[in-house]
Design a protein around this ligand. Structure first.
Ligand code: CA
Length: 523
């Protein structure tokens, strides 16, 4: 027996040595991608906006403090599912085939996790997937994902521990608790117990929060009760002089928010204990609201406060989970060889133009927060103003891992920028295309080109054009398309739009077959 134990001990020593040797021989960095859904950059402290000052995000800010914060990270199509498909493939919606929510992602196509796996990386995705349940996520050794959007409380999740991506291998797991915390727990569990410590890894920790309809954790139901959230200057925008699409949308705090959004009704899936905590928090506030009998602008102001406080409470839970994850990286020693990337699937309106939701090429939904921490490579506390995109993430992940980026990906690796040197030929303009109409919130289809100051936008089903000048009108309340002083800019952007469409292989056919933009149809 003693001899047997001796052999076991010797074997363990051999294993430890070979594991250390394997690690030493494979110095490639780990990558953790922290993703959340509908996270407005205006609500991240590090970006410096008024809301972020009222509702601090110390853990988001740690990533910026230790790394690089990107000010001009644009999305290609400001919507949940489509941007996830863009990140998986490094390709625009019209190429990867996922143009609007409700499409089913073709997981058989080339994706970055498959390429990382082939190069010896271990891959995992935990949390919100939202690319369809017709198949398990492909290219991942481990996945545990929400069903569709997933609820804020007590989420069923789909686990594929086989790494096959085979839908028949998926187990449905019932979780009880608050979804943001559960995703945080599962992320840590995989890091501690789930992975092969001898391989570099790519882990995607993907929160559903703070997506509509902003249900806070029990512990934060009273956070911000005594605070007034500052209003954006365009909360009462009248859309004068703007395209019909802007006037005809259905995403206004004033008219679109429903009783569930405003917490005048409770969620239907709470446990009795959760429900009691919920009611104790909201019932007195709702009674006071009913008694006040608000009307007009006062009612809009009340809805705005209710919306923002719930949104920011949800953000606080995400911030907590980022903190727990970063703490674990420090404690375990993983931090020094792990690149941490935070991004959202798009930005979000926090009352600007009277709106919530996203979809538009306008600033709050075109831009998405992006921060990257890479010890020893990225200069701590740096800021970047180049036009980058979540289209670039797949390429960046591959480049970080030293894997060749395929020629058919349409973004560019951010690694040179992370190393402090923007390539000479870096993009100076960017193509955008939103497709989901008819659809939720009634935002008309549009495409456009953006160069950091100007935006040329074509609402092609209305055949209406808009020209935005962020320097002259940063709030985007004026259309300069017929302004003679902007005629040269308009002409330049018209041809730039054509050039980008050619370069990115945008065809006149809409991928949905409902009437795409006519390339040469000029105003
Ligand atoms: Ca989203």
């Amino acid at each position: 027996m003693i001899r047997f134990l001796g052999v076991i001990a010797a074997l363990m020593v051999v294993c430890l040595i070979s594991s250390a040797a394997a690690r030493a021989a494979d110095p490639r960095p780990n990558i953790i991608f922290i993703f959340s859904d509908d996270q407005a950059y205006q609500a991240i402290g590090a970006y410096g906006y008024p809301v972020g000052k009222i509702a601090p995000t110390p853990n988001f800010d740690r990533i910026a403090k230790d790394g690089m914060l990107f000010r001009e990270c644009y999305v290609t199509n400001s919507l949940c599912g489509p941007m996830r498909a863009v990140i998986q493939t490094g390709k625009y919606s019209h190429i990867n085939g996922f143009v609007r929510n409700g499409n089913k992602f073709n997981g058989d196509q080339q994706t970055f996790p498959k390429l990382l796996q082939a190069a010896g990386y271990q891959t995992a995705v935990i949390g919100k997937w939202h690319l369809g349940e017709h198949q398990a996520p492909q290219g991942y050794n481990y996945s545990e994902v929400l069903v569709g959007q997933g609820p804020y409380y007590n989420p069923p999740m789909l686990r594929d521990a086989t790494g096959t991506g085979d839908i028949k291998q998926v187990e449905k797991i019932k979780h009880e608790g608050y979804t943001t915390e559960i995703i945080g727990d599962l992320t840590l569990k995989w890091l501690k117990e789930g992975r092969d410590p001898n391989k570099p890894f790519m882990l995607m920790a993907q929160h559903k929060a703070p997506h509509r309809n902003w249900q806070p954790a029990p512990k934060y139901l009273h956070l911000f009760d005594d605070v007034t959230i500052p209003e954006p200057p365009t909360l009462f925008d009248d859309y004068a002089g703007r395209p019909d699409a802007v006037k005809n949308q259905d995403m206004m705090i004033k008219k679109t928010m429903n009783a569930a959004d405003l917490k005048l009704t409770a969620p239907g899936n709470l446990t009795p204990e959760q429900r009691a905590t919920w009611d104790a928090a909201y019932n007195p506030k709702n009674e006071a609201f009913k008694k006040a009998n608000l009307e007009g602008d006062d009612l809009i102001r009340w809805k705005y406060q209710r919306y923002m406080k719930d949104y920011l409470r949800c953000v606080r839970s995400v911030d907590d989970e980022i903190g727990r994850l970063l703490d674990y990286l420090d404690e375990s020693g993983l931090a020094k060889n792990t690149v941490v990337i935070y991004c959202s699937d798009q930005g979000f309106y926090l009352g600007e133009h009277g709106w919530f939701d996203k979809r538009w090429i306008y600033e709050e939904s075109l831009r998405t927060p992006l921060m990257v921490r890479w010890p020893g490579v990225v200069k701590p506390g740096s800021e970047n103003h180049d036009i980058v995109s979540s289209l670039d993430l797949a390429e960046t992940f591959l480049d970080i891992a030293g894997v060749k980026v395929p020629d058919d990906m349409q973004g560019k690796s951010l690694v040179p920028i992370l190393k402090g040197k923007t390539p000479e030929d870096w993009r100076k303009s960017f193509y955008y295309h939103y497709y989901e109409f008819p659809g939720a919130h009634s935002v008309h289809k549009h495409e456009g080109v953006v160069d950091g100051r100007y935006k040329l936008i074509h609402f092609y089903t209305d055949d209406q054009w808009e020209l935005i000048d962020l320097k002259e009108n940063p709030l985007e309340t004026k259309n300069f398309i017929d302004d003679p002083a902007h005629a040269d800019v308009k002409a330049r952007l018209m041809s730039e739009l054509d050039r980008l469409r050619d370069q990115l292989k945008v065809t006149d056919e809409d991928p949905e077959g409902t009437g795409g933009p006519k390339k040469n149809k000029k105003k």
